[in-house]
Design a protein around this ligand. Structure first.
Ligand code: MG
Length: 236
């Protein structure tokens, strides 16, 4: 074999080898991205501003929140609401707004929350510019009382804000003990605020995890008229 031919074959070897390896991989499913506010083609649209068809109240009854201008708004003392469908691992997009004329202080200033699997709260609160003083791991973008946001990416009250979430549900052993804890990544208004945080357990329990299966997404009634819109989820 001529030296030139040998060198050429040697150069081609990685391409030949890796080329063959790549052929064994399945082609990725085609997903058409959303444009503007629309969801990707494989997402479940949970709220498009028109109705509560994907939602029920926390006790399974009719939703008593307000529906107007393409948004849903908490009505005090009507209770939290939840999706009719249950979820596990997911990518979630949700938009929220504190009213422009916000009242109250601390935890009573534009408080709501997004509970993954009805257990783990991503806090919603008026936290613009760190003006509303309350405990750091109870501010907007915190995994409530467990993890403060990495930075404060909040917009002013009255402006719409986004959370984009990647959530990996916990896994439990047959004896109910956690085998793999939940993990969560959150972008607020496009800024990373939770980076693969390992969730320590149920938000309102000091005893860590309670075993559970797939469960609804819940939005909190904390007595403040917080609004939500454009909610979609992709199951992972
Ligand atoms: Mg809350």
């Amino acid at each position: 074999m001529k030296r030139v031919t040998f060198v050429y074959l040697l150069m081609c070897l990685p391409v030949m080898v890796f080329g063959q390896t790549k052929k064994t991989l399945a082609e990725p499913q085609v997903v058409t991205p959303g444009t503007g506010a629309s969801a990707p083609s494989d997402a479940i649209v949970l709220f498009d501003g028109k109705d509560f068809s994907q939602w029920e109240s926390g006790n399974g009854g009719e939703v008593k929140w307000k529906l107007n201008d393409g948004a849903m708004t908490v009505v005090e003392s009507t209770g939290s609401i939840q999706t009719k469908k249950s979820f596990g691992n997911c990518q979630l997009h949700i938009e929220w707004r504190i009213p422009e004329k916000v009242t109250g202080e601390g935890q009573n200033r534009g408080n709501s929350g997004i509970f993954l699997q009805k257990q783990y709260e991503i806090q919603v609160l008026d936290s613009y510019n760190n003006l509303n003083k309350t405990y750091i791991d109870g501010r907007a973008g915190s995994i409530y009382t467990q993890s403060a946001p990495l930075v404060n990416a909040c917009r002013k009250a009255g402006e719409w804000q986004t959370y984009d979430v990647v959530y990996m549900a916990p896994r439990f052993n047959a004896d109910g003990k956690v085998e793999i804890p939940a993990r969560i990544t959150v972008f607020q208004n496009g800024v990373l605020i939770q980076n693969n945080f390992v969730i320590e357990g149920t938000t309102y329990s000091k005893e860590g995890y309670k075993p559970h299966y797939n469960a609804p997404l819940e939005l909190q009634d904390h007595g403040n008229p917080v609004s939500f819109r454009n909610i979609w989820i992709r199951e992972l």
